[in-house]
Structures are given as C-alpha cells and as structure tokens.
Ligand binder design. Structure first.
Ligand code: FAD
Length: 337
C-alpha cells in the first residue's frame, strides 16, 4: 500500500505530489492521459509545437512568483511579454499598458509539467473510475480488472465533475454538494500553422497575444510561435468564447468550427496566407466560473480523502499551484487552513 495516491497529474496534483515526496512520503500519481500536465498542454506538430491549453503564467502571489523564478533559472520559463492587447466586444483593438510580466515556456507548456514530474512515480493512461474504502485506506479501480492499487490516503486533483465521477459513492452529501456547485466553462481551441515563407511577415505582427473581452466568438488570439527562441514558421492559437464553445461543442465536423475561428481573426493577420495545418481541440472543463474560497476540500471519510485543483481559490495555474501546495502543507501538518 502506498502512503498517498494522487489522481490527476495537472499542475495541482504534480505540485502536491512533489511537496509530499520531498517530505518523505511514498507517492504514486495516476493520470488518464499518457502525458503529464492536464490543461498545461502542448501539441507537437511537424517541425513546431503549440500550447493549446495554458498560454502564459502570471503571478500575483509571492510564493507562486518564487516558483516561477525557479523555472526561469532552470531555463523552463522566460518572460514572453509585458503587455497583451485587448479586443473589445465591438471589435476595437487596444494596445497594452505595461503590466506584470507574462511568462511562457519556449519548449512548450508541458515542459513545466515534465519538470515537476521528474523523480515522481507516475502511472499514465489509466482512468480511475472508482475508489472504495478498505481497511486503513482506499482501493483505486480502473476498467482494467488487472489494475491494482491501494493507498492510505487519496488526493483527487481533477476538475470537480471528474472528481465526483470517481468518489461520489464514497463521500457524504455535503462534499457532493460542494463539488457539484462548481461550474466550468468549455472552450474550443484552434491551432493554425502557417508556411515558413510567412515567418518574416509574422515578425511584423504588432502583438504577441490578444485578450478578447466579452467578445461573442473569441476569448484569445496568441502568436504562439513568438514564445519560441527561433521560430521557423508562424503558429497561432485561437481560443473560442465560452458561448461559442457551448454552441459548437458537439459539432460532428470540428474542421468547420476551426475555420470559423480562423475566419474571425483574419482582420488581425492581414500579412499571413492560408494556414498549412489546422488542428482543433475541445476542452470540456476550461475555466472555473465560480471558484470555491477554500484552497482544498477534505471529505468526511474514515480514511483520508482530499480534493484540490485550480477551482479551489481561482481558475488559473496560480490557483492550481497554490491549492496543491496548501493541501500538501495540511497533510504534513504545516498548516491548519
Ligand atoms: C484553453 C485554455 C487556456 C488557458 N489559459 C491559461 C493561461 O494562459 N494561464 C493560466 O494561468 N491558466 C490558463 N488556463 C487555466 C489552467 O489551464 C488551469 O487553471 C490549470 O491548468 C488547472 O490545473 P489543475 O491541475 O487544477 O487541473 P488539470 O490541468 O485539469 O489537471 C487534472 C488532471 O486530472 C486528470 N484526470 C481527470 N480525471 C481523471 C481520472 N478519472 N483518472 C485519472 N486522471 C484523471 C486529467 O487528465 C488532468 O491531467 C487555461 C485553460 C484552458 C482550457
């Protein structure tokens, strides 16, 4: 039996697991995906890559800033820009005012997760379907009857709807109600890769990223290739608004939906030709609409069971990191929050 099983290798699960392991606990992390990072996601494409989840990191909290500084020293992150353009609902593009730095990973956002996951035991490609109480702990189950894992304590570091899928039968009504109260928006993200011959034209684009404020179709337009040290070809990442994602989430042909988003941004990239490669990704759980004020949740169960994630305290990487840290501190009795 391991001491702690962490379900979900996103930023919250990875952060929590690292801190517990550093304090001497035996940890196993399990994720349904083959790769690490959850919404810290990078798509490898012929000759280039794109972050189709998290675009950048920004810090308000000093503990999170210190961690960013560590990643900058390790060459994982660098300052990407000090200002993001804004697009208003009626289509007016505004230049940025100087703000706190926006950090990005030149090798792709998943390099952050790989850095966090080093030295951790991680079982990938395993969707946990259920946890059930046993003597002094929990049994974790998947659809594979051969899978066997028991743990004294379990941490579920997934969006709350996914946590409920795993733990609903094992937790009380109050925990179910808390988890069920948290709502998420959806997102449709399109990656557009342009020919190498367009790279000079891309360097003339006057923005790295455009935040779209209450726009009916768009949430974000990023010149993702500008995060790379020596980009060879332009790569754009376009995130839809939540309303657009609701409308088209189940569309049978995603390529048509991706083209709608590309058509929408045409006025902002007049110097680029048609993309040579387009990929579209659906996020069922993109951003928390109504985060909880608690940094983590503790279920009222005989063996310890906890929940953490960005939705505990916010809807960004920063809140996921702080949630994972706060829960680890609680388990190590370093904090009583
Ligand atoms: C398109 C998009 C753009 C974003 N841009 C930014 C940005 O620029 N800056 C920013 O700070 N934040 C951004 N965010 C938000 C950010 O991605 C999240 O706040 C953060 O990554 C959440 O981390 P997490 O660890 O809480 O959850 P997740 O990253 O969702 O991790 C949960 C993990 O649990 C796994 N899992 C789920 N169910 C199971 C199961 N049953 N069994 C096993 N594993 C399971 C999943 O595979 C996943 O790896 C963006 C999000 C999206 C979708």
């Amino acid at each position: 039996m391991v001491e702690v099983a962490v379900i979900g290798a996103g930023i919250a699960g990875l952060t929590c697991a690292r801190r517990l392991q550093a304090a001497g606990k035996t940890i196993v992390l399990i994720d349904k995906s083959r790769g690490l990072g959850g919404r810290l996601a990078t798509r490898r494409l012929a000759g280039t890559h794109a972050d189709h989840g998290v675009c950048y990191l920004q810090a308000k909290d000093s503990q999170f800033q210190a961690w960013i500084d560590e990643l900058v020293s390790g060459g994982i992150l660098q300052v990407w820009t000090n200002g993001i353009h804004r697009l208003s609902a009626d289509g007016v593009l505004q230049s940025p005012t100087k703000s706190a730095p926006y950090y990005a990973a030149p090798m792709g956002a998943t390099s952050i997760a790989k850095y966090l996951g080093r030295d951790l035991e991680i079982i990938g490609d395993k969707l946990i379907t259920d946890i059930s109480p046993i003597d002094n702990g929990w049994r974790l189950s998947t659809k594979d009857p051969e899978f066997s894992l028991t743990a004294a304590q379990v941490i579920i570091a997934t969006p709350p709807a996914q946590a409920l899928n795993i733990a609903r039968e094992s937790i009380g009504a109050q925990s179910i109600e808390q988890l069920a109260s948290v709502q998420f928006t959806r997102s449709i993200t399109t990656i557009a890769v342009y020919p190498e011959t367009d790279q000079n034209a891309a360097t003339a684009i006057p923005w790295q990223g455009i935040q779209c404020i209450e726009h009916p179709t768009l949430a974000w337009i990023g010149l993702d290739s500008s995060k790379q040290i020596e980009p060879k070809q332009p790569v754009l990442v376009i995130q839809s608004s939540a309303a657009f994602a609701e409308q088209y989430f189940d569309a049978p042909d995603l390529s048509i939906i991706g083209q709608k988003l590309i058509d929408e941004i045409a006025p902002f990239i007049p110097t680029l030709h048609a993309p040579e490669l387009v990929q579209v990704h659906r996020w069922g759980y993109a951003f928390t609409k109504n985060p909880l004020s608690e940094r983590f949740l503790t279920a009222q169960t005989i063996a310890p069971l906890y929940f953490c994630g960005d939705w505990c305290g916010g809807n960004r990487v920063e809140s996921a990191y702080l949630s994972g840290m706060a829960l680890a501190d609680r388990i190590l009795n370093l904090s009583i929050t």
